[in-house]
Design a protein around this ligand. Sequence first.
Ligand code: NAD
Length: 434
Amino acid sequence: MKISVIGTGYVGLVVGTCFAESGNDVICVDVDEAKLKVLRKGESPIYEPGLTDMLKKNIEEKRLVFTNDLESAVKKTDVIFLALPTPQAEDGSADLQHVLEASRKIGKYMNAYKVIVNKSTVPVGTGDRVRDIVAKETKHSFDVVSNPEFLKEGAAINDFMKPDRVVIGSDSAKALAVMSDLYAPFVRTGNPLILMDIHSSELTKYAANAFLATKVTFMNEVANLCERVGADVDMVRKGMGTDVRIGSQFLFAGVGYGGSCFPKDVSALLNTSRSYECELHILDAVEEANKRQKLVLVNKMKKHFGGSLKGRTIALWGLAFKPNTDDMREAPALTIIDALRREGVRIRAFDPAAMDEAKRRLGKVVKFVENNYDAVKGADALLVVTEWNEFRRPDFDRIKSLLKEPVVFGGRNIYDPKVMKEKGFTYYGIGRGR
Ligand SMILES: NC(=O)c1ccc[n+]([C@@H]2O[C@H](COP(=O)([O-])OP(=O)(O)OC[C@H]3O[C@@H](n4cnc5c(N)ncnc54)[C@H](O)[C@@H]3O)[C@@H](O)[C@H]2O)c1
């Protein structure tokens, strides 16, 4: 099939590369010239395991090209995916300007029947708006499809190649047949391709993300209660998660959710629910609790150091919003760094992949160091914010010898409190008893 993907960010690049990998001819379009230059060399502008090899291979085999020429991409392809940003607008809703403007241009450049597929996360009713905008610009027939993306950054290739499910929304049998054919190689093992109407498909994506954000937040609140009552959230997690109705994933307590999706999607769904006068009150509580959670370790730190952090130096491990990505959008580390700086703290930070992105965002506000042990050198305490694998089993003796005082604040519960005590550390986790 001949496919174009408009927007070559985390989603567009993975989607375009994976469709090329399954034998399709793919044209990826972006407005960012610097990004296109990197991509044409077969290099990935993002850190995503497995992506670079697949990208290189499909460029070499001439199934994957990158361009800024939207007109020729539209004319040369039958299925056009929109993978454009839908950031949070000032009123909390999803900002649709990129999606709607690209739709107008697609309508203008169309030369035959096209299937226009929305992969961006968009509020219910956006498919209708796209259809109206395109119809105003063209006399050719077309169909609009909603095909939300569920990939996780850090495991994006695997998630796309072997999805739990594929959701496709359309009211056109012809478009549904095209989409089913396109996805057939990805659902061979019986993972379902779920066909539905556009509105249900659009809402499915928000409902899924809002539910996951709620699950994480619920566990964070339980963790805070564990500290008061003297329970261990890790035990509670195991006890709960083995119930198949609950499931074991997304039950890890921590310093709150972040990233490019959960915060803006929870906010956009709340906005939709308000505009239909059917408010999802639970999501108000989720947003509020998550905001508080990002600061729990800063508060513990203040208490540990007698009420003031002024003049302290803190080693910070992990800047990306989660491991295996360099994405720092809405990363808890940003909120924590901001709070610590306002307390008069100096920060020595390290992340295995997000250093360039962090330098771009934070400039000289933080001292960036070469490796995790450098961060600890002469610091008053260690704070672990992202659970990168390489932070899981560090040389604790070395850390102890480098810190001024053996204090560790664990934002992701990757260390066992008993073991830390045995090793001579004062250890603060999340929800690990009193
Ligand atoms: N990142 C994720 O993990 C993820 C997962 C599922 C769904 N989504 C959704 O997918 C959508 C895209 O997210 P993302 O993280 O890939 O965004 P991104 O910001 O990483 O990438 C967007 C790309 O679109 C390009 N762009 C902007 N305007 C353009 C235009 N007019 N024409 C062509 N290119 C243009 C940008 O230069 C950028 O490269 C969003 O709606 C997001 O909510 C994201």
